[in-house]
Design a protein around this ligand. Structure first.
Ligand SMILES: O=P(O)(O)OC[C@H]1O[C@H](O[C@H]2O[C@H](CO)[C@@H](O)[C@H](O)[C@H]2O)[C@H](O)[C@@H](O)[C@@H]1O
Length: 196
């Protein structure tokens, strides 16, 4: 009865939906009014996923674009390699995920870029073959090396991983006048132990 009444009020023909643009608009408005409001966060997320589609859904395209190029893999830690949990000290990576990352690092230089300090993320991940950029890029560690802290924080910008000469390493570009070693190496030994 309700749908009959709606059809009558909207001017939709009982047989095959012959409708005027005006009536269609009325129906759409009525449906919108009776639906729960979408939250701004849902709309924002939908817009974000349209702009940043899943890499898995575009895998063939990515593989084709990468052909003949040096691929370097940058990974986030929290919420990517580990689940988001209430206590940051228990955001552990699973053994399966660790093995997946280990597999990636066998084929490409692989880095974890995180807001956490390098020591912490290294102790969680436990793979010494990775590059780690901790504290949002202020602390860097490469395979088998100690942690390097940026000396003059305000004058440097993290570019990306770059291959220079024979060794591939994360590096910082400094303003031209100040170019020079942008690192200081801690005396602490590498915190990464071979993954359990
Ligand atoms: O750059 P990320 O690797 O994504 O790190 C960002 C922050 O991650 C951690 O906080 C987040 O994960 C926690 C554990 O799941 C969660 O409890 C918290 O609500 C999240 O914000 C980490 O504790 C921060 O230090 C990082 O900056």
């Amino acid at each position: 009865a309700a749908s009959t009444s709606l059809r009558r009020r909207s001017g939709v023909d009982d047989d095959y939906g012959a409708r005027s643009p005006c009536a269609t608009s009325w129906v759409v408005q009525a449906m919108r009014a009776s639906s729960p409001a979408r939250s701004a966060a849902v709309d924002e997320y939908a817009a974000w996923t349209r702009k940043h589609p899943s890499a898995l859904a575009s895998f063939e395209q990515i593989a084709a674009s990468a052909k003949g190029k040096q691929v370097v893999v940058f990974l986030d830690y929290d919420g990517t390699l580990s689940p988001i949990v209430a206590d940051p000290d228990t955001a552990f990576i699973t053994g399966e995920m660790r093995e997946a990352v280990r597999g990636v690092a066998k084929h490409f230089p692989a880095a974890i870029v995180t807001g956490r300090c390098v020591e912490k993320v290294c102790s969680f991940v436990g793979l010494s073959e990775l590059y780690y950029a901790g504290s949002h890029g202020m602390d860097i560690k490469g395979p088998g090396s100690n942690v390097r802290h940026l000396r003059r924080r305000s004058s440097c910008n993290l570019l990306a991983s770059s291959s220079r000469s024979s060794s591939t390493r994360l590096w910082w570009r400094r303003p031209r006048a100040r170019r020079g070693p942008g690192w200081r190496t801690t005396s602490s030994a590498s915190p990464c132990t071979s993954g359990a």
